[in-house]
Design a protein around this ligand. Structure first.
Ligand code: UDP
Ligand code: MG
Length: 330
């Protein structure tokens, strides 16, 4: 993908979801602004208030009243992190957009490295956690397990140890904005888009203030969203189970016949045939479910209505020179 990274002036948009973050928000904005000042780029900061129950809205509005680069998107109620990020992305106008948590677990200073990667030609510069301070052993373990499972079940290369902390070029943002699936696993959707995606390693910090809004129940639901958004393997497992059951009944059937040839009174009469018939038809019913699942999976894929392809550029001769130009997305 080509982008405006070679221009000397560009606009950076910073999108930060906030849910009960009143305590840390001024410090967050201060540090983001320090980084932008150091980069010397025009910027906007979009604070998405995701139905906070503390004073987050008042704090955000106060910050915005004193700083014209801040816009506050106030959602009517709590829609969840991924929806809040999406609301911010829909409004962001920058040539590059940065997604960052507002609790200062993602250090704003890393944005400078992401911008450097973008200006060197990356379409996406994603933060990859080198270390995680202030997280429980349980969270670290479940996160590791989750990324293993996700990798095994899906075809797309979703990098491990990443969150949504990342910089995306405008073209990636536009594709992402066209993907309106309701169950959103944004980091996966971004890697699905493709292009040049580079990792920027960083050390994840403990929260500046407040507490995590991702207790185990929410994390689990998020993991289910992630796997089901990127894989229809769970549906297909039914078919494999069915075929295994049917194959086993065939083997058992042959075994019974062979045993009976050598020892006709080995089994209680009628018992093997009844059991084998029951298990066999259990397998047939599972297979029917698997076939329905196969079609359901296809309908599910279709209902996500993701773009069928993403054009990098179209190459043709212009004034005798072969030139690549971006094509309009369908
Ligand atoms: N967040 C949000 N809506 C929610 C939950 C969280 O906007 O329903 C925001 C939150 O303010 C923070 C980010 O999403 O900026 C990540 O949430 P959190 O820090 O609670 O998750 P963790 O870092 O513990 O995984
Ligand atoms: Mg956090």
């Amino acid at each position: 993908m080509s982008h405006a990274a070679n221009l000397t002036t560009y606009q950076l948009a910073i999108v930060a979801p906030c849910y009960n973050e009143a305590g840390g928000l001024p410090e967050f904005v201060r540090r983001v602004k320090a980084v932008c000042a150091q980069l010397g780029c025009a910027h906007e900061i979009i604070l998405v208030n995701d139905g906070s129950r503390d004073g987050t809205l008042a704090v955000a509005l106060d910050l915005a009243s004193r700083d014209p680069v801040i816009r506050v998107v106030n959602l009517l109620r709590n829609f969840g992190h991924q929806a809040a990020v999406t609301a911010g992305l829909d409004l962001a106008e920058g040539e590059a957009v940065v997604l960052i948590d507002s609790d200062l677990q993602d250090p704003p200073e890393v944005i400078a490295e992401m911008v450097a990667a973008w200006r060197a030609g990356a379409d996406v510069a994603y933060g990859q956690r080198r270390s995680r301070e202030g997280e429980t052993a349980f969270k670290l373990f479940t996160a590791k397990l989750f990324y293993r499972l996700l990798r095994g079940l899906t075809k797309s290369e979703i990098p491990a140890d990443t969150g949504d902390f990342r910089l995306m070029d405008r073209r990636v943002v536009d594709v992402l904005r066209s993907m309106r699936e309701p169950h959103r696993f944004i980091r996966g959707m971004v890697s699905w888009v493709g292009g040049k995606q580079v990792a920027v390693p960083y050390d994840r910090k403990p929260r500046f203030a407040g507490e995590t809004k991702y207790p185990f129940g929410k994390m689990f639901a998020f993991a289910v969203d992630a796997i089901t958004s990127f894989s229809i393997v769970p549906l297909r497992l039914v078919t494999w189970l069915a075929l295994t059951v049917i194959a086993l009944t065939v083997v058992a059937g042959v075994g019974v016949v062979v045993v009976k040839l050598f020892n006709p009174h080995y089994f209680i009469p009628g018992y093997p045939s009844i059991i084998i018939t029951i298990v066999f038809f259990g397998g047939v019913q599972l297979l029917a479910l698997g076939i329905i699942g196969e079609y359901l999976g296809r309908m599910y894929e279709a209902s996500k209505a993701r773009p069928l392809y993403i054009v990098e550029q179209v190459y043709a001769q212009h004034d005798g020179r072969l030139t690549g130009r971006p094509a309009a997305q369908p």
